[in-house]
Design a protein around this ligand. Sequence first.
Ligand SMILES: [Zn+2]
Length: 117
Amino acid sequence: MRECLYCEETIPNNRHKNALTCSNEHALLYKKEREANNYIKVRNTADPIIKLREHFIDLADEFGFEVPIDLNYVSPFKINWSLKTGTFIKEGCTGVALGNIGYIFFKPLILKIYKLC
Ligand SMILES: [Zn+2]
């Protein structure tokens, strides 16, 4: 006996033999539910990093790459400093990587943005 993945009822014998659900309707609902779950997963993990990376690219478009940016001109509250995809070394300092974009925070209030490859 096989059970519908959506409603957990027994799958009728007249369904095709690879069916995971009891009806076409439940197949569709199950697919939608799974897609929604995947979407939430992607949003929760990837999105903040992508957004932050875009924020740094916007800053670099405005101020330039590898130039000191006064943090007073940046909104530090928009930046989640704990997000990163890795680290890199430039000018003897360890930077925070967000994909192929990275930044280093120089004391007291200087930020530099780098293109990584
Ligand atoms: Zn069902």
